[in-house]
Ligand binder design. Structure first.
Ligand code: NI
Length: 153
């Protein structure tokens, strides 16, 4: 495993739409391991492949709870409802935070890292994180959706 450099929002790649993952091979497993390690080393709870410069529809999350890490490949949103507003940040947008409205409940269907179909049913912080990471796959950043003031530090 290796740490990868996190791309920041100054790089236009962050605005591109990621392409579906086609092959679940050793190279992809290495990418997933590296993403998990990079996320952890930077105290993040989510990381999309584009954030390490790979334009593929894949993200990882780890809320540091007893569930352990999530890996979603080619996710699709199949259900979302409700609203919640909470403060977000992003490893690609260091030093900035802001309030964003997200669904309070979201369901995604994806492949897991073995290539098996999986379903994520998320509420609370997990729903926020999954929605934020999903946006990265379409080149959307939380700063596009901030309600009120963007906090800079
Ligand atoms: Ni982000």
């Amino acid at each position: 495993m290796a740490l990868r450099r996190i791309v920041t929002d100054e790089d236009e790649i962050m605005r591109k739409v990621s392409r579906p993952v086609k092959k679940i091979d050793d190279r992809l497993q290495t990418l997933i391991d590296d993403m998990l390690e990079t996320m952890k080393a930077n105290n993040g709870i989510g990381l999309a492949a584009v954030q390490v410069g790979i334009l593929r529809r894949l993200f990882v999350m780890d809320l540091q709870d007893d569930h352990g890490p999530y890996v979603l490949i080619n996710p699709r949103i199949v259900e979302k409802d409700g609203k919640q507003v909470g403060q977000e940040g992003c490893l690609s947008i260091p030093g900035r935070w802001g309030d964003v409205e997200r669904p309070s409940h979201v369901v995604m269907e994806a492949l897991d890292r073995q290539g098996q179909p999986c379903r994520l049913e998320a509420e609370g912080l997990l729903a926020v994180c999954a929605s934020h990471e999903y946006d990265h796959l379409d080149g959307v950043l939380f700063t596009d959706k901030v309600i009120g003031e963007l906090i800079r530090q």
